[in-house]
Design a protein around this ligand. Structure first.
Ligand SMILES: [Zn+2]
Length: 119
């Protein structure tokens, strides 16, 4: 079964700009039960791994998986942020990979780059 919902792209544009766009969450459908899943954008900025419910080992795994260990930047040129979100309905865990850049002071561009089932 395909376990990736979203794959990274170098050409993807940001999903939101903070201070401009009012959308608070990136919405996607759970692959298992089709429930609506929410990834809060603001959780990707200035948060710790703990806040994002992910371990350093999982972050290292995702850097390897997405091939950005040596580049150190997300596909959109921002700084990579990883997290884990759980489906309320069926309890499936998803890894999330987001690029965060700050082209203007305190205005962040947030670009969701990867979502996949965590195993
Ligand atoms: Zn589900």
């Amino acid at each position: 079964m395909e376990k990736e919902i979203l794959k990274p792209s170098f050409h993807r544009s940001y999903d939101i700009r903070t201070g401009w766009d009012t959308s608070e969450c990136y919405i996607f459908d759970c692959l298992i039960c089709n429930d609506k899943m929410k990834l809060p954008y603001k959780d990707q900025i200035f948060t710790s791994n703990e806040d994002r419910n992910i371990t350093q080992e999982e972050c290292d795994y995702l850097k390897e998986f997405y091939n950005i260990r040596y580049v150190g930047k997300s596909h959109d040129g921002g700084s990579p942020s990883f997290g884990k979100v759980c489906c309320k309905q069926c309890k499936t865990n998803y890894f999330t990979y987001t690029g965060v850049s700050e082209p203007l002071n305190s205005c962040f561009h947030i670009c969701v780059q990867g979502i996949m089932i965590a195993e």
